[in-house]
Ligand binder design. Sequence first.
Ligand code: UDP
Ligand code: MG
Length: 329
Amino acid sequence: MTLRESLKNATKKGKKGTIMLEQPFISIVIPVHNESHVISETLDATLEVVFRLSPQYEILIVDDGSTDKTFETVCAISRTNQKIKIIRFSRNFGKEAAILAGLKFSSGKAVVVMDGDLQHPPELLPKMLHLWQQEHYQVVHGVKTSRQKEKAVKGLFVRLFYACMTLFAGYNLKQATDYKLLDRRVVDHYISLAENVRFFRGLVPWLGFSSAFISFFPENRVAGKSKWGAFALMTLAVRAICSFSSLPMQVVTLMGCVMFTASILIGMPTLFMKLSGRAVEGFTTVILLLLVIGSILMISLGIIGQYLAMIYEEIKGRPSFIIEKTENL
Ligand code: UDP
Ligand code: MG
């Protein structure tokens, strides 16, 4: 009998044969999108650790619109263990939405969010739980000791993103990951935030609460591939910066002031020359000025547009995700 099958019996049966699930002590939220190659391995490794920690657990798998066999695979597993619960989205809504859904449906006193590709080692769970239970930290952050190998261009953009995040929002998220343990109170606060565009990695430190950090070395993916292409990462970076800081928009005003001062400084002598009849043809200056002002205006409009787009998205008030079906919930 596999560990999974033996865990089936961990569910208590009521008098009339009705199933009574105990209030879970620990919930594990796993967002997955097309992880059929690795999800059963992840679940086996997680169950192995979790069951030893507490028989009162639940594992919430949020299937973020997978198009491969992920849903079928997890459904088959959930039939053997009632404590494995599945939420399936009607389409791919993104990892942030999947984390939010998992947190909303979780009921554990502590909730751990972890990736479905084994890059977040389940072996860290006992240490995380210890820090929460014995040392009363309300948030335990998994921190990467090094970044996975990435291509030079991607590495450059990633560094630029973290530099902007530190400069504009004051958060140094360079080694931060989504592998976190949150106390129920922190989860409730996270859920009750009104915003739609979320950045879990940044919002949790923003919420505050006493925090501990555990380092781990992110192994390479066992199977499957990373879901983040260059465009997706860029979008995430821009959204993250804009949702944490309005400083870029204020920089626009600053640039305007600088350009206004420059135009007065350049404009006065030009006007003087014109009035005194000594004006020379200054095409170079005109063209240069046009280029500089034009590009700054375009960038500024872009920055303002980004904020407008985010306000628009929030004001529509659409839900962050739509659930197609659930299992064991
Ligand atoms: N993921 C998701 N929805 C998405 C993209 C990713 O739920 O739209 C999940 C994915 O299945 C994995 C986790 O988020 O469990 C981390 O994704 P990935 O491994 O691709 O990111 P990386 O490790 O490269 O940062
Ligand atoms: Mg990964």
